[in-house]
Design a protein around this ligand. Structure first.
Ligand code: GDG
Length: 488
């Protein structure tokens, strides 16, 4: 996608219910930025989701409904390179109560096993209901008769039911990108029944892992008193019985494109330059995460600091930690940043020398090429979340290692651990175990590295994001449909 301006009129702006495929996600695949003359310019922010869905969107003349990422007026519909985007506006108060509040300070910690204490506020819940309703209304306004609507993630769990109530004729899929917690944790949510019922408006519910789908099915029984048989829940909708299926559809990345990028001359050169800038150490360890308390950054730093103290990695080792800024107005994230930065300072203070900081900490965001160069420069990738739906970073590292070198230390609490058998699996709470795994990963011979990496590469290249999207949409197509498909 090239960059484009907000349209100010014309055919693209009309609110016509004529889209056969509608994606509803909290974010648009573009960012709103200011142009040279102070005007609004939309800049593409291509993530895995848009890469996977773009072909389907184009083929079906689809629409993508989402929020632009900042407070402001409703952008409305506009076109980008043949993609039809529908911007949802959020006020300052809604950004605070819906996005920073209910999404990021209630649901996010609750769904990640209460690593941070979730906060429950009725005002935040009301904002969640109101914003979900706005997304559902937009979907109802743009979906053609009998269309397929794919709703994404924990920010929009009420949309499936709200949409079904308005539009009995559409087929609705939902995919949850983050874990679905065990019932003992989910049960804390004061609005647990409404959330379960909201999700059950869909025909098919996709989760990252089978354990997430099972947790959801259990919540249906316990929170809503419904009967689940195998992966199917029976729902009674105003006297009509519908069947809803919940299953695992592990997400992935555009692996071939990333492999290709990593093989580019400029990216390989940059990777060499990075190693040189680091002082040509024997071992480069790498962490890449949004600065989020679910990612286990502190556990990783603790293990690394102890290894330095014990001298178990030799003296020629560095850790590069990219911690990209995230949710900076949410309190728990500000506290985490302080803790991480204190710990990095302590390690560098205790174990560094002039010209040699053992941790290179980068609280910045980088272009994709720079990420690929970093992945190529790293001997050992450290992915140590305490809980993570999938973790795409682990798959990206594997995709970049086209020469089958390198090693991955991976937390067993990620969805990726179910797929990447060649990784060194760790429990990040077990600091001794984590240290042993890092030492082992840093010292394996090339033959073992190749054997492990080859297995992981095969998995990631075969199960890429396009296959993920196709598998989900195919299952949605075949799901027992609750839609009333009779002509309008
Ligand atoms: C959620 C779930 C699930 C990071 N810093 C930069 C940058 N990134 C990119 C990575 C990767 C993505 O952000 C992060 O994805 P993850 O999967 O690791 O984690 P979440 O953001 O928490 O994503 C997760 C995912 O949804 C998909 O379903 O896997 O479990 O929590 O792609 O490369 N990219 C660039 N510059 C950066 O500085 N360009």
């Amino acid at each position: 996608m090239s960059s484009f301006r907000e349209s100010t009129g014309g055919a693209g702006d009309e609110m016509a219910a004529d889209r056969n495929f509608v994606v509803v996600a909290s974010r648009l695949p573009v960012d709103r930025v200011e142009g040279p003359g102070g005007e609004t310019v939309w800049r593409p922010s291509p993530g895995g989701l848009v890469t996977a869905l773009e072909p389907v969107m184009r083929q079906a003349g689809g629409a993508w409904i989402g929020w632009s990422g900042d407070a402001g007026p409703e952008p409305g519909p506009f076109e980008a390179d043949g993609l039809h985007l529908v911007g949802i506006g959020l006020s300052e108060t809604e950004v605070r109560d819906f996005y920073e509040g209910f999404c990021n300070a209630t649901l996010w910690p609750l769904y990640h096993d209460v690593i941070a204490p979730p906060q429950f506020h009725r005002r935040w819940w009301e904002a969640y209901v109101a914003v979900n309703r706005r997304f559902a209304q937009a979907a109802a306004a743009h979906a053609a008769h009998g269309a397929t609507v794919w709703v994404h993630d924990y920010q929009l769990q009420l949309v499936p039911r709200m949409l079904r109530q308005q539009r009995g004729d559409v087929r609705i899929g939902f995919f949850n990108h983050i874990p679905f917690p065990g019932y003992e944790i989910f049960a804390q949510l004061p609005w647990r029944r409404q959330v379960v019922e909201g999700l059950l408006g869909a025909d098919l519910l996709g989760f990252q892992r089978r354990a997430d789908a099972s947790n959801f099915l259990r919540a249906c029984r316990r929170a809503a008193g419904l009967t689940a048989k195998g992966p199917t829940v029976r729902v009674n909708d105003q006297g009509r019985t519908r069947e809803v299926r919940a299953a695992a559809f592990p997400i992935s990345i555009d692996a071939a494109a990333l492999t290709e990028m990593a093989q580019r001359e400029d990216v390989r050169k940059r990777s060499g330059d990075i190693r040189q800038a680091l002082g040509e150490p024997d071992i480069v360890l790498l962490g890449v995460d949004r600065l989020d308390y679910t990612k286990g950054i502190l556990h990783r730093l603790r293990a690394y600091g102890e290894l330095l103290r014990e001298g178990r990695l030799g003296s020629q080792v560095v850790l590069v930690q990219v911690a990209s800024p995230s949710r900076e107005r949410v309190e728990a994230y500000q506290a985490l940043r302080d803790e991480v930065e204190v710990m990095v300072g302590r390690i560098n203070g205790q174990h560094g020398e002039v010209g040699y900081p053992p941790v290179h900490y980068l609280h910045q965001s980088y272009p994709r090429e720079e990420m690929a160069a970093l992945y190529l420069a790293a001997d050992v990738m450290l992915v140590t979340p305490l809980r993570d739906g999938m973790n795409l970073v682990a798959k990206e590292y594997v995709a970049c290692r086209y020469d089958e070198s390198g090693a991955l230390v991976l937390s067993e609490f990620t969805g990726a651990a179910d797929e990447l058998a060649g990784a060194f699996l760790v429990n990040p709470h077990d600091i001794e175990g984590l240290k042993d795994a890092i030492v082992r990963a840093a010292s394996i011979g090339p033959a073992e590295a190749r054997r492990r990496m080859r297995a992981m590469r095969r998995r990631v290249l075969e199960h890429d994001v396009a296959r993920w999207a196709a598998t989900f949409l195919d299952a949605l197509d075949r799901a027992p449909c609750g839609a009333d498909q009779s002509p309008p």
